[in-house]
Design a protein around this ligand. Structure first.
Ligand code: AHG
Ligand code: MN
Ligand code: MN
Length: 351
């Protein structure tokens, strides 16, 4: 196992306060918000770990706003996150994968807006595979004396003040950035404390793992087909064929990519012209983390995902994210091979 680059025990709380002290003029609100999220993460982690024995697993019978089956843990996680975000009266609005509209919090004068995927990878719950929580934090543009506007919730990813995820895996870890590097914390469940386990994480410049749902191969662009064929070719000098890994929980697939390098792709396709993943609470925070770690996150045109101007809180975006060299190479393939004409697209697929 890789040795940690942290030489003494530092709790998440300590670390956040240290970081705050380094920022002149910081009010402590963002620090408080991160601590609140840390608390929700511990509660969700506890529930995830005992899911099998409390019969919380499985579909609760209802559907979320995207018509997908909602699992009980999705609802639990959504409630816990909302509760945590209302604790300190600093969040005025929340956008959640589980709620159709913008959630206006009681503290309308709060300066922060949070976008979240309370439980990512929910199809993996029933089979005991890693799942996660993703969050993205913005500051509002409107005057806190007024009611926040919808536009406050529709800012580009480059405007994020913090982004992160929690991974409920063989251990529970929290990874976040506030724009000064990426740090990782591991939960010690016996004392309920997150400890810094890796500071200033850097993604390898190049990796040998590609991660994409290959079942969708027939719906891909010619460029992506060519790139994946390249990944499978035999070439000792470039360590090919690459290894293929796909968990089906974005948080878990991206976390592996962050630590080991390589590329994670959820592409645009004939079936899903904008991909599947949501810009505001999946693609943006993940892009922020990976870019802060020295990697790249782009759309099919080689544009930074965080530069996409949002028009809808639940909009989707294609994503090609990971080690710099792998992403550059993939985008070059996409550009080199022209696009097919899209077939007739069903209205339902465009949502
Ligand atoms: P969620 O559980 O929040 O709906 O997200 C699931 C997402 C993401 O975690 C994962 O990368 C992707 O769905 C997998 O999709 P496919 O099954 O289409 O590969
Ligand atoms: Mn998700
Ligand atoms: Mn989800």
């Amino acid at each position: 196992m890789k040795k940690s680059n942290v030489d003494r025990l530092i709790t998440l709380e300590e670390f956040i306060i240290q970081g705050q002290n380094e920022f002149k003029g910081a009010t402590g609100e963002l620090s408080q918000l991160l601590r609140d999220i840390g608390l929700a993460a511990k509660i969700i982690s506890r529930e995830v770990n005992k899911a099998g024995i409390t019969n919380i697993l499985g579909v609760d019978g209802s559907r979320n706003v995207h018509g997908e089956n909602v699992k009980k843990l999705d609802i639990f996680s959504n409630d816990q996150m909302l509760h945590a975000l209302s604790r300190s009266n600093i969040v005025c609005m929340v956008v959640s994968e589980e709620d159709d509209g913008i959630i206006r919090m009681q503290s309308s004068s709060g300066r922060y807006i949070v976008h979240m995927d309370p439980l990512d990878g929910s199809s993996n719950i029933d089979v005991n595979v890693s799942i996660g929580t993703i969050f993205s934090i913005f500051m509002r543009n409107s005057d806190p004396a007024d009611y926040p506007t919808d536009d406050d919730a529709l800012q580009k990813g480059t405007k994020q003040v913090a982004g992160g995820y929690v991974l409920y895996g063989s251990s529970t870890i929290l990874v976040y950035t506030t724009g000064v590097g990426v740090n990782m914390f591991t939960l010690d469940p016996s004392i309920g404390e997150f400890f810094l386990s890796e500071k200033n994480i850097q993604i390898p410049e190049e990796g040998t793992i590609y991660s994409v749902n290959e079942g969708n191969y027939n719906t891909w662009s010619p460029g992506l087909k060519k790139y994946i064929a390249y990944c499978k070719e035999n070439d000792k000098k470039t360590n090919r064929p690459y290894t293929s890994r796909y968990i089906g929980s974005m948080v878990a697939d991206v976390h592996r990519t962050l630590l080991k390098g390589g590329i994670f792709i959820y592409p645009e396709s004939r079936k899903l012209p904008n991909g599947k993943l949501r810009l505001m609470y999946e693609c943006n925070p993940i892009s922020y983390i990976i870019e802060q770690a020295g990697g790249l996150s782009m759309d099919q045109n080689g544009r930074r995902v965080m530069e996409i101007e949002p028009t809808h809180i639940h909009q989707r975006a294609p994503i090609y994210v990971g080690s710099k060299k792998n992403v550059q190479n993939c985008i070059e393939h996409l550009k080199k091979y022209p696009k097919e004409e899209p077939r007739f697209i069903e209205k339902a697929e465009l949502q």
